[in-house]
Write a protein that binds this ligand. Structure first.
Ligand code: PBG
Ligand code: ZN
Length: 323
């Protein structure tokens, strides 16, 4: 006799909702935005992933806040680059100005900032390059200066993404020394070298001019190493850790969720965004359905926080209350 007939619990939507195991909440989404110094708002060629000039920033933020976004991840796009990425830690750099503007006008929202060098260096690497190699100690001291400059401008959480060994510890010590002992760090602890970052690099003009990032970003063949990376960053002082990309790395999210106790973020990256957009466009599949399926999968795997270019759409759907 068959006693377990799972379809009993699928008979209608109310029953399915009652027994559903996973749900998404608007407050758990982080929306990445790109801020440039001058010019007009410029959407990427796939739509979305806009570059917003400082002059139009407050209007944009206010629309997004209105639509329910609570947390923003800011990427600055400077108008000049140099070998040391000096624009990244200047008091009047594009990111620092953006943070100050937003913080003066809005309360009750989170400003997270990406701490890296690749948009700011003329060679496009995430660190200082000398003789064709990353100079780690110089890189760590510049990353620390960037983080402190973001903190001084009013950032709520800094998010180091350079994948340099020791970066979280260096930043934690610099923040403590500057009096920001209570500022959180969300580390891009488990960031794989991926070909899913191309749209981002196109939008942020941050592609390396030589070589690739495989000497510092993780090798996608490795699963156990993900645990080493995340645990190391927590020991160094990270408050939140991250898996990036998200969808092809659900095994990693699941592993980390089981082992760690701190909040875990997953970044649905630009390539995932474009894949979903283009798939929906070319097959006529409703984007909102694919969106919910993919976001739910990331959540189901164990992510607490989701960083996605689809955040406004996702929150819109959730607000309609139909999920
Ligand atoms: C920079 C950085 C990258 C992304 C976020 N921060 C790209 C890279 O490593 O080149 C990628 C995000 C995306 O693809 O959406 N360190
Ligand atoms: Zn970088």
């Amino acid at each position: 006799m068959m006693r377990t007939i799972t379809s009993r619990l699928r008979r209608n939507k109310a029953i399915r909702d009652l027994v559903s195991e996973t749900s998404l909440m608007p407050d758990k989404f982080v929306f990445p935005i790109f801020v440039k110094e001058h010019g007009e708002v410029e959407a990427s060629r796939w739509g979305g992933m806009e570059k917003i000039p400082l002059s139009g920033l407050l209007e944009k933020i206010s629309n997004y806040v209105e639509s329910g976004i609570r947390s923003f991840l800011i990427f600055g796009i400077p108008s000049s680059k140099d070998p040391l990425g000096t624009a990244a830690y200047s008091k009047d750099g594009v990111t620092q100005r953006a943070i100050r503007m937003i913080k003066e006008s809005f309360s009750a929202i989170n400003i997270l900032t990406d701490v890296c060098l690749c948009q700011y260096t003329d060679h496009g690497h995430c660190g200082i390059v000398e003789g064709g190699k990353i100079n780690r100690s110089k890189t760590l001291s510049i990353l620390s200066r960037i983080a402190v400059s973001h903190a001084e401008a009013g950032a709520d959480i800094v998010a180091p993404s350079a994948m340099m060994d020791g970066q979280v510890l260096a930043i934690r010590e610099a923040l403590d020394e500057a009096g920001f002992y209570d500022l959180g760090i969300m580390s891009y602890s488990t960031k794989y070298r991926s070909y899913l970052y191309s749209p981002f690099r196109d939008v942020a003009s941050s592609a390396p001019t030589f070589g690739d990032r495989s000497s510092y970003q993780m090798d996608f063949r490795n699963r156990r190493e993900a645990v080493i990376e995340a645990v190391q960053d927590i020991k160094e002082g990270a408050d939140i850790v991250m898996v990036k990309p998200a969808m092809p790395y659900l095994d990693i999210i699941s592993d980390l969720r089981r082992i760690l106790r701190c909040p875990l973020a997953a970044y649905q990256v630009s390539g995932e965004y474009v894949m979903i957009r283009e798939y929906c466009k070319s097959t006529g599949t409703p984007e909102r359905e694919v969106l919910m399926e993919t976001l739910m999968a990331i959540k189901r795997a164990g992510a607490d926080i989701i960083i996605s270019y689809f955040s406004p759409e996702a929150i819109g759907i959730l607000r309609e209350g139909c999920r």
